[in-house]
Design a protein around this ligand. Structure first.
Ligand code: SF4
Length: 215
């Protein structure tokens, strides 16, 4: 059972803040109660010099067990969509707003639970410093938790999806749906349409990245 600690990750930040230093320090973070029932910290992975960074919500069951982000079904959908959008996954960096798996147990199953605002805030220093170390040209927020972390709680995915927005954490951010939300759609036709729209958003991110900076 999670404790109620929400002191935050700031107390666990290392002095030197390269990605490797941050990853090593995050492994022993107890900045909020989510660390206690989870298996391990799941830090971001990918190209440390990526121009494009993807931020999801939190690790899922498979990620918690393997210690790697986006390795479950949502990650597979993200990767196939990246390929379809013409983005080489080896050139990007993928992480989450929250680094421990938030879940409730139902029998033997661990059911994803949206992290609380206080936990998202507690985990913020890891994402903030990951982005400061990478300094990407564009960040793609996957889902509303990532979008509100980067763009504030006023941001509405339904209204601002597919537009380039400035964030205190990154110069340019675009937001789209989280691939796990696509996997939760109930019928094939809706799912196919959602995948198509998701790929279009990723293509827009690639084109934004490739476009010359505005004068
Ligand atoms: S979720 Fe974030 S702040 Fe909470 S314990 Fe894990 S790494 Fe630390």
């Amino acid at each position: 059972m999670a404790t109620t600690t929400t002191a935050g990750a700031a107390a666990f930040l290392p002095e030197r803040r390269t990605l490797d230093d941050l990853r090593a320090a995050a492994a022993s973070c107890e900045g909020c109660g989510l660390y206690a029932p989870a298996t391990q910290t799941v830090f971001g992975e990918g190209d440390p010099h990526a121009r494009l960074v993807f931020v999801g919500e939190q690790p899922g069951d498979r990620e918690d067990r393997t210690g790697r982000p986006f390795v479950g079904p949502a990650g597979q959908l993200l990767r196939s969509s990246l390929r379809e959008a013409g983005i080489d996954e080896r050139t990007v960096y993928i992480t989450n707003a929250v680094k421990h798996f938030s879940f409730v147990e139902r029998g033997k199953r661990r059911i994803h639970q949206t992290p609380k605002r206080i936990e998202i805030r507690a985990c913020g220093p890891w994402l903030e410093n990951e982005l400061a170390a990478i300094r990407p040209d564009l960040v793609v927020a996957l889902g509303s938790t990532a979008a509100s972390t980067l763009l504030g709680t006023e941001f509405r995915l339904t209204k601002h999806r597919g537009t380039v927005v400035r964030s205190p954490l990154a110069e340019r951010v675009v937001a789209t749906i989280h691939p796990s939300a696509i996997l939760r759609t109930i019928d094939e036709a809706t799912r196919a349409a959602e995948i198509e729209r998701f790929v279009a958003d990723l293509r827009f991110a690639r084109e934004t990245l490739e476009a010359p900076p505005a004068e």
